[in-house]
Design a protein around this ligand. Structure first.
Ligand code: SF4
Ligand code: FES
Length: 370
């Protein structure tokens, strides 16, 4: 019999300040039905949340979106977090960030910027982003960041259209002056799942990209830290998604719903409490959604008796749902899952020769998500 899980304090908060974004990346982690500006929490409510987060033990706040710089109060919110002693990380596409706004954010106490890139070549990068000029803008932003010496992380999502330049993106991050680069392979839920056929790389592409990035670790030792997350669909074991459900971090949506992960709303039957009705501390501890998959007592076989269950927590609940229809199932990325063969079939299917056709992430919700 499994003991009830102890509830550790949360360490990180991802504040999705808005779903508005000028880019349309086809692997966006935001939900298919994006929340509109009229639904967003106001400045005072976000400030209250950051104060409650600090009280609950949160150390790091990720100011995210959408594009967080679409919020007119981004400087005021950053300053509030800094005053609370929270480490602030702005996760931005860079598009929409002016020099005046950047200087104001730095003066407000912003600690760190995480800048997304879509590719190491302008034409491809702008096509993936669905936005002409995005690539050039990122180079400009990185220059400003370098001028004041703010720490910069570059993050890149790998998929079929850019896998051949996985190593080039590490080199590009070095040129941009980043101290860290995160090379992540596409996660297939939300917009990524919707675009999976267009995004899925071949196994040969993946093997080449992984080998190239790994070989650069030695080349750039002491220059840049390379965070490289091995692609899910080609792995033997799943990732410990979110470091375990309700263990370390939580997300707040633009309208104030508090989620254990960004795709949690795809799981039917979960009751997500809102910051309009509860404090963050109460939600973290007591809300049904956070307690649904905390610990290991909810697990089915083969996870329930597996020695890895406290290492990967059975993988990703949202992926288990998306691929098996059951959020309690073993993540089918695991080779022990009865559904693993289906993952292998998807990952090894021969992609079409023509350029991928994306359904870009846009604010207008799909009428009938498929
Ligand atoms: Fe992880 Fe479950 Fe697979 Fe074991 S059976 S390795 S706990 S996903
Ligand atoms: Fe929801 Fe992995 S994205 S648990």
């Amino acid at each position: 019999m499994n003991a009830p899980p102890t509830i550790p304090a949360p360490a990180g908060m991802l504040a999705e300040l808005t779903h508005r974004c000028p880019l349309g990346c086809p692997y966006c982690s935001n939900p298919l039905e994006l929340e509109r500006a009229s639904e967003e929490l106001d400045t005072q409510t976000w400030k209250r949340l950051f104060s409650e987060a600090a009280e609950a033990g949160v150390l790091q706040v990720h100011l995210s979106g959408g594009e967080p710089c679409s919020r007119r109060d981004i400087v005021e919110l950053t300053e509030h977090c800094a005053k609370l002693g929270l480490y602030t990380n702005l996760i931005t596409s860079g598009v929409g960030l002016t020099r005046a706004l950047f200087d104001a954010l730095a003066a407000a106490g912003l600690d760190h910027i995480q800048l997304s890139i879509q590719d190491a070549e302008a034409e491809s990068a702008d096509r993936i982003a669905g936005y002409d000029g995005a690539f050039a803008k990122k180079i400009e932003i990185a220059k400003w960041i370098g001028e004041i010496g703010m720490p910069l992380t570059v993050n890149a999502v790998i998929h079929r259209a850019n896998a051949a330049r996985a190593g080039a993106m590490v080199v590009f991050a070095v040129k941009l002056g980043a101290r860290r680069v995160e090379i992540a392979h596409t996660q297939y839920y939300g917009w990524g799942l919707r675009n999976r056929d267009a995004l899925m790389p071949t196994r040969a592409q993946i093997e080449a990209a992984v080998a190239e990035v790994e070989s650069l670790r030695e080349t750039y030792k002491g220059v840049i830290v390379i965070d490289h997350v091995v692609p899910d669909y080609h792995a033997r074991y799943p990732k410990p998604c979110m470091n375990g459900w309700g263990r370390r971090t939580f997300n707040v949506t633009p309208s104030g719903k508090v989620l254990p992960c960004h795709a949690a709303e795809t799981i039917p039957g979960l009751d997500f409490w809102s910051v309009k009705d509860h404090t963050l501390g109460d939600i973290w501890r007591d809300s049904p959604a956070f307690n649904a998959f905390r610990g290991v007592a909810w697990m089915k076989e083969p996870c329930a008796t597996c020695p890895r269950k406290e290492i990967d927590f059975g993988g990703c609940r949202c992926q288990a749902l998306a691929l098996t229809g059951d959020a309690r199932a073993t993540d089918p990325i695991c080779y022990l899952s009865p559904h693993h063969a289906e993952v292998v079939a998807i990952a090894t299917a021969e992609p079409p020769a023509e350029a991928p056709h994306y359904l870009y992430r846009r604010m207008k919700p799909l009428k009938a998500p498929v």
